[in-house]
Design a protein around this ligand. Sequence first.
Ligand code: TRP
Length: 498
Amino acid sequence: MAEAREQWHSRAAFIMAAVGSAVGLGNVWRFPYVAYSSGGGAFLIPYFVALFTAGIPLLILEMGLGQRLQRGAPLAFGAIRKPLQWFGWWVAGLSAAIVIYYTTILAWSWTYLWHALTQAWGDQPETFFFETVLRRSEGPGEIGWPVGPLVIGMALTWLLIYLILRKGVRSVSKVVMVTVPLPMLLLAVLLVRGLTLPGAIDGIRYYLTPDFSMLTDWRIWLKAYGQIFFSLSLASGVMIGYGSYLGKKAEVTNSALITGLANCGTSFFAGFVVFSMLGYLANVQGVAVPDVTTSGSGLAFVTFPTAISQLPALNALFGVIFFVTLLTLGIDSAFALQEAFTTGFHDKWGVHPEKLARVFVLIAFPISLIFVTRGGYFWFDIVDKWICDFGLVISGLAQCLIVGFLYRVREFRDYLNEQSEVRLGNWWIWALRYVTPGVLSVILVANLLEEIKVGYGGYPRWATLIGGWGTVLLWGVLGFVLWRRPQNSDRVNARGED
Ligand code: TRP
């Protein structure tokens, strides 16, 4: 007798886990900047349009698919059409690739947590980041050895992931009750500190002053869709995997709505934290806010440390708070990604969660060390760019078309409506079949043209071919192998059997 599938402790645990995967570094280091540079307060219009026409519909689709089929991405797509299991493994493989490079940011954060105690970055935080911490080489061709302190950060990160995942979703249920509210609380502390500093209001003004004229630029709309898509962790199989641990009678639609709104609310909120600090920094340095405004790793590891050094008191404390925020924001995204991949092995071959967690970490940890070598920063940048701009966009597009046209989508909607507090109308089907695929196609073509015409980041072609297309295609091949390996039906769900 196959034993019952593992389940979340409660609906709250499921929502927390979904929010934990969605709320990540993107909310802090990407959203505020995108909003600021795309019309400030006016950006909220395309942002919410994107949320309701693409983000939430897709979130409902992914959670609903996992919940209805009770399987993670590989076997869920395989249940729609047999050969689509290949696609499912590819999607899950993307999430394996993401977690392997995503842990790099956590490794940096661990070392910064240490340096925050003394503000070791001094008055040259940029040199400190690239030369002292990353020991960055000249280019992707010069890889060198892994950097000691970063290896320790990596090891800590993987150890945590292993400890959290080894007992399956039951332990995830408990962990997310800490890793989701804690960073929000810490952000609130930072916000109070930020808002009470001189210049904070100028920063906020830059962040939110609406410029409605920008809304006539279609690229702003694409940015809004791109940001929503990334921020809700769509198209990587994560939400399908998490949905598959819901009970058969569980409600999906409203949970997706809550997840989407909580995530976007956090982004909006984080913008106040970031821009109040930037306003203060500009004030101290006597420059305009745009001169200190950045996004990405520059914001977290260069600009924020600068601001922390400038605080009038308790610098070490606020430094520690900031990097603990980054770590707790990132860790739940990381284990969600690993879970999205390993769920497929549990579904197909009945591998026990502990063994899955152990084997995955033992393979992934050494691979991830590539990203903390001296040339690792460049490879991190390339892999990140390709997965987000090509891998996830292609996956999202395919996913909409598969469910929109190959799966009986009306029946699916009625199924969801039966067990939900919120009823889905035809708009949901429209969003899946036409709106989202349309927007994603435009994004994909624009990205491809840009790649062909100008390349990326000034890197040599061979590097982007290997790191970028190589990573995306490698999973096409590995996915094929995993798809062809026969299912071990008598061992499915046999606990402890491998
Ligand atoms: N949503 C995450 C963030 O905002 C980033 C992300 C994108 C992600 N896709 C993902 C996280 C898949 C986990 C799983 O930082």
